[in-house]
Design a protein around this ligand. Structure first.
Ligand SMILES: [Ca+2]
Ligand SMILES: [Ca+2]
Ligand SMILES: [Ca+2]
Length: 449
């Protein structure tokens, strides 16, 4: 009896040492007699695992039987996270169960068949993540771009909204602006300040609680909230006359030169009318054609950058003068002039300048540079050289004093007696228009006196 009773234990010991899961069991018990049978449990295949009820895992497997063809009594399901395992369910005849609380991230389910007190070897595992879908993040700016695509108002912020749908939920949002470092914030929303000017790119992605990481997305903003500086250095391209910077010119077909922000649009107005337009070059300079009208041209120049920001206006007050001035002789008049008259000379030129001595004077129809030639024509022509009538090579014009009323000092002592004097005057106005030579000519005699 003792040897019989030991037999199943020996059998069991032999069988469990086999590579195939096996067991031996008492089929009948009793003191003194027993029948022993041995069989084995087939190893389970890897289970199927699908997501159900949100983030739960349903584990299903194929039924196995004992080596004898009899059904096993139950199945046990383990969840492995690394080497750590947890029994998530044990069923009788059911071939599936639900893990209601899987861990986030990845885990592995393995199933073993059970018969009585014996548990077979666990089969291969099936990995499962309760949430395999990354969140989806959308970006929206607090400022709308204008028709040119530029945002011209600040401050600018981009709001990131991440959604994980029915997944595990958003854990974090990570973002960076241009080449700045990455910033990570917890939760499904983030507000990103974008403080730079120009083209700014916000890169972002969200991560869910299961560890799924969204592919990095980006949104591009064009920001320019800075108005260009007002145009500088305004001058006329053709500024004729005695000054090349006074804006007085006789060139109607002209152009305006200036400086400004490269790429800016230039607009030149005269009153409400646009009279010139162009673009500032990459060197920061512009030259815009304008057609000037007679007299005053109060031009105003304004720059507009690519984003539509407008500068303050800059004035360029131009004057177009294409008509030459005329000159008139006030003293002396035609006729005989005595030396006494000449020397006192109070009747004409002293009205213009009380300190004036003897000489010739007159006016012009507009300010300008007066030049003259005084010629004594009694017999041989002799011209005033600034000191005496000794210049026999006439034809040299000399500058008179004054730009409207003009004065030419001719000391009485130098006047030839009983001579005929011609005064030739010409005037060049401020725009550079030159009157015809000898626009004023006076003949008189120095008389006795
Ligand atoms: Ca997810
Ligand atoms: Ca000028
Ligand atoms: Ca003129």
């Amino acid at each position: 009896m003792k040897r019989l009773a030991l037999l199943p234990l020996v059998l069991a010991a032999v069988l469990v040492l086999q590579p195939v899961v096996a067991f031996a069991a008492w089929l009948a018990g009793g003191v003194g007699t027993a029948t022993v049978s041995a069989t084995r449990v087939s190893q389970m295949a890897a289970p199927q695992v699908v997501r159900v009820n949100g983030l739960q895992a349903q584990v299903s497997w194929e039924a196995v039987t004992l080596g004898t063809g009899d059904p096993v009594t139950s199945y046990v399901v383990r969840r492995y996270v690394g080497a750590e395992w947890t029994v998530v369910c044990q069923t009788a005849s059911a071939l599936s169960c639900v893990d209601t609380d899987p861990v986030m991230g990845e885990q592995t389910y393995r199933v073993a068949a059970v018969h009585g007190p014996w548990t077979g070897a666990f089969g291969p595992g099936t990995t499962f993540s309760p949430d395999t879908t990354a969140p989806v993040t959308t970006a929206s700016a607090n400022r709308a771009p204008n028709a040119s695509g530029w945002i011209t108002q600040t401050p600018v912020t981009v709001t990131l909204d991440a959604s994980d749908g029915s997944g595990s939920g958003v854990s974090t949002i990570t973002y960076r602006v241009d080449s700045d470092g990455w910033t990570t914030v917890n939760g499904p929303t983030a507000t990103v300040p974008v403080t730079g000017q120009g083209i700014q790119t916000v890169h972002f992605r969200a991560t869910d609680l299961a560890g799924n990481v969204e592919t990095v997305l980006s949104t591009v903003l064009m920001i320019d909230s800075v108005s260009p500086d007002a145009a500088g250095g305004l001058t006329l391209g053709i500024d004729t006359g005695s000054s090349s910077t006074d804006g007085i010119t006789n060139a109607a077909a002209n152009h305006v030169l200036g400086t400004g922000e490269p790429g800016s649009a230039v607009r030149i107005t005269h009153g409400t009318q646009v009279v010139g337009a162009g673009t500032v070059g990459s060197d920061g300079r512009f030259s815009i054609e304008v057609a000037l009208v007679d007299d005053a041209n109060p031009l105003r120049v304004q720059l507009t950058d690519a984003a539509g920001n407008e500068s303050a206006t800059t004035a360029l007050d131009a004057t177009l003068d294409t008509v030459a001035a005329t000159a008139a002789v006030t003293y002396p008049g035609a006729g005989i002039v005595s030396n006494g008259d000449w020397n006192s000379n109070a009747r004409g030129c002293k009205i213009m300048d009380p300190s004036f001595g003897a000489g010739i004077c007159g006016t012009t129809s507009e300010p300008g540079a007066v030049s003259y030639e005084v010629r004594a024509t009694n017999g041989t022509d002799r011209c005033w050289n600034g000191t005496t009538f000794s210049d026999t090579a006439c034809g040299t014009y000399r500058a008179a004093a004054g730009a409207g009323p003009w004065l030419i000092a001719l000391p009485s002592v130098s006047l030839p007696a009983d001579d005929t004097i011609e005064v030739r005057i010409r005037v060049t106005d401020l725009a550079g228009n030159e009157s015809p030579t000898s626009t004023a000519m006076q003949t008189f005699h120095t008389g006795r006196g």
